[in-house]
Design a protein around this ligand. Structure first.
Ligand SMILES: [Zn+2]
Ligand SMILES: [Zn+2]
Length: 100
């Protein structure tokens, strides 16, 4: 079991209980609160205001089709997990050569 360095996806979504016309109902939380997503590449949490223009909140990576933040748009597909794997792979290779 490897430690992925605290990699966590925070996706705020779900339903809120609310009273409508005196009756307890469940409303879609996304419609009433700011939604957030974690950039798949750098793990930055991006807030998504209701009806936000997708162009202003980042975008979708054309390679892995995950949501990414504005800072990662156009920088190629570099998912955090892949970066961690690359670091581990590099360390493994260095170790095998006795460098570290
Ligand atoms: Zn990002
Ligand atoms: Zn990607």
């Amino acid at each position: 079991m490897r430690n992925p360095g605290g990699y966590v996806i925070i996706r705020e979504q779900g339903y809120l209980p609310a009273r409508l016309n005196g009756e307890l109902q469940v409303i879609n939380k996304d419609k009433y609160e700011i939604d957030t997503f974690s950039c798949y590449h750098c793990n930055r949490v991006v807030h998504v205001p209701v009806k936000a223009d997708p162009a202003n909140i980042g975008g979708t990576c054309p390679n892995c089709w995950k949501l990414i933040c504005p800072q990662c748009v156009g920088k190629g597909c570099r998912p955090l997990e892949m970066q961690i794997e690359q670091m581990e792979e590099r360390e493994r290779i260095l170790r095998s050569y006795g460098v570290i």
